[in-house]
Design a protein around this ligand. Structure first.
Ligand code: COA
Length: 398
C-alpha cells in the first residue's frame, strides 16, 4: 500500500500575547494555578484585523511550493470559530493566496476534533489518487466568557498540513480507534461569540473518550502501545496532556511501562505559549514535538489522540520518516513565537472581547504582525488584503 501522511507542516499564531501571570493578578488568583495547575504561561491574542482566515493564510503561505500549488486537489478547512454560515473559510484562503481553481474547498466542524477528520479523509483521498495533494488547514480563536474559568485557557492559532504520498515528515497509519457520544460539555449556539462550557464535565468526557478510542484502536489491531515511543494529545491547556497520559497508562497497563512524562513533554512547548487553538491544538502539539525533540525521531512511532467536545475522540498512530528534520520549519516557528509583542490588560480586553469578534461593517486599522489581514467588512462582505509592511513581517512569517 502507498505510504501516505504529512509532507509539510506550518504553524502560525498572532504576533501578540498576554501573560497569564497578569491575568491571575486581575482575577485575584494565585499565578501558580494558571502557570502550573493549568499549565499555561501566555495567551496568543489576535489583533482586530486578524481572524481564522488571516491566521490560516499565514500558516499556509510557506507550504505553497510550485508543486503543491499545482497538485492540490482539495482544501479542507477545520474550525470551530467559522466566520460565515454558508461560505467555507477555506474559500477566502483560496482567494487570498490565489490557489489552483481546479480543486474542491470545504469546511469541517466538530469542536476541536474536525482537523483529524480532515486529516483522515485527506489520507484516504491520497491513497485512492496518489498523484494528488490535499491541504488540511485548522484555524481557531478559542474564546470563553470574560472572568470565566475558561478564560485562562484562551488562545489563537492555525496550522497548515500538506498530505501526500511518500511524505517527508510522518506516515499516518490507516487503523484508528473511534468514539462518539452526544453530550453537552462544550457548545456554541450560532448567535454566540463565546462557548458555553461545563469544564469539569469536558475533562471527564475527554478522558472517557480517550479510554474508549484506545480500546477501539486495540480491537482493530492498531499499532501496539509497546511500539509507540512518543505521544501527542489534544491540548486545550498543557495540564490536560498530563491527565490524558495518566488515563492512557492506566488503560494500557504493562504495555505503557516504557512511557513516562518525557514521552509527551516536547509536545507541550508551543501550546504553553499560545493557549488553546481548538481544531489546530493537536497538530500544533505535533509540530512542537517534531521541532523540539532533541533526539532524532526518524523511524519512531507516535500515538495521537484527538478530542472534540460534543463529542468525538480518535486514537491513531504515525511513524516519523527518516530525514524528517530537513523538512521541518523549526527556525520559522521559533522566530514567530520569539518575535511576539506583549500587550497589556486593556489592549487584551479590547482586542479579544470587543473588536475581533464584531461582525459590524468597519474598516480595520492595520495592527497585525502577519502577512495577511482583514482590511474591512464592507456591506457585510469580508475584505482581505496583504499587510502593507510585508518586509517587516517576513521575519515573523518566514
Ligand atoms: N497552585 C498550583 N496549582 C493549583 C493552584 C495553585 N495555587 N490552585 C489550583 N491549582 C490546580 C488544581 O489543583 C487543578 O489541578 P488538577 O486538575 O491537576 O487537580 C488545576 O489547578 C485547575 O484547578 P481547578 O480548580 O480545577 O480549576 P477551575 O475550576 O478554575 O477550572 C478548567 C479548570 C479546565 C475546568 C477550566 O479552565 C475550563 O473550564 N476550561 C475550558 C474547558 C476545557 O479546556 N476543557 C478541557 C477538555 S476539552
Amino acid at each position: 500500500m502507498t505510504t501516505v501522511g504529512i509532507d509539510d507542516i506550518s504553524i502560525y499564531s498572532p504576533g501578540f500575547f498576554y501573560p497569564l501571570e497578569d491575568l491571575a493578578h486581575r482575577h485575584g488568583v494565585d499565578p501558580a494555578k494558571y502557570l502550573y495547575g493549568i499549565g499555561q504561561e501566555q495567551m496568543a491574542v489576535p489583533s482586530p484585523d486578524e481572524d481564522i482566515v488571516t491566521m490560516a493564510a499565514n500558516a499556509v503561505a510557506p507550504v505553497l511550493t510550485a508543486d503543491v500549488r499545482e497538485r492540490i486537489s482539495t482544501v479542507i478547512f477545520a474550525t470551530e470559530s467559522g466566520v460565515d454560515q454558508s461560505k467555507s473559510a477555506g474559500m477566502f484562503v483560496h482567494g487570498v493566496l490565489g490557489l489552483n481553481p481546479n480543486c474542491r474547498v470545504v469546511e469541517f466542524k466538530q469542536a476541536c476534533y474536525s482537523a483529524t477528520a480532515g486529516l483522515q479523509f485527506a489520507c484516504d483521498l491520497v491513497r485512492h489518487r496518489p498523484s494528488e495533494k490535499v491541504l488540511v488547514i485548522a484555524s481557531d480563536i478559542a474564546r470563553y466568557e470574560r472572568n470565566s474559568e475558561g478564560e485562562c485557557t484562551q488562545g489563537a492559532g492555525a496550522v497548515a498540513m500538506v498530505i501526500a504520498k511518500n511524505p517527508s515528515l510522518v506516515e499516518i497509519h490507516p487503523q484508528s480507534g473511534l468514539f462518539s457520544l452526544d453530550v453537552m460539555d462544550f457548545w456554541r449556539p450560532n448567535h454566540r461569540d463565546a462557548a458555553y462550557v461545563d469544564g469539569k464535565l469536558s475533562i471527564d468526557v475527554y478522558l472517557r473518550s480517550l479510554r474508549e478510542s484506545y480500546a477501539d484502536f486495540c480491537r482493530k489491531d492498531g499499532m501496539p502501545l509497546a511500539a509507540i515511543e512518543k505521544l501527542c494529545f489534544h491540548q486545550p491547556f498543557t495540564k490536560m496532556s498530563k491527565k490524558a497520559f495518566a488515563a492512557l497508562r492506566e488503560a494500557a497497563g504493562a504495555e505503557a511501562d516504557h512511557l513516562d512524562e518525557t514521552s509527551y513533554a516536547e509536545s507541550q512547548a508551543y501550546g504553553r505559549q499560545i493557549g488553546n487553538t481548538y481544531a489546530a491544538s493537536l497538530y500544533i502539539a505535533l509540530a512542537s514535538l517534531l521541532d523540539n525533540c532533541a533526539e532524532d525521531l526518524g523511524g519512531r512511532n507516535i500515538g495521537l489522540f484527538s478530542y472534540g467536545s460534543g463529542s468525538v475522540g480518535e486514537f491513531f498512530a504515525a511513524t516519523v520518516r527518516q530525514g524528517y528534520r530537513r523538512r521541518l520549519r523549526t527556525r520559522a516557528h521559533r522566530a514567530l513565537l520569539a518575535g511576539r509583542r506583549e500587550i497589556d490588560y486593556a489592549t487584551y480586553v479590547a482586542w479579544f472581547y470587543n473588536s475581533a469578534k464584531s461582525a459590524e461593517d468597519r474598516v480595520c486599522p492595520e495592527e497585525t504582525a502577519g502577512r495577511y489581514r482583514l482590511a474591512a467588512i464592507d456591506a457585510q462582505r469580508r475584505v482581505y488584503a496583504a499587510a502593507r509592511n510585508l518586509e517587516l513581517n517576513a521575519a515573523a512569517c518566514p
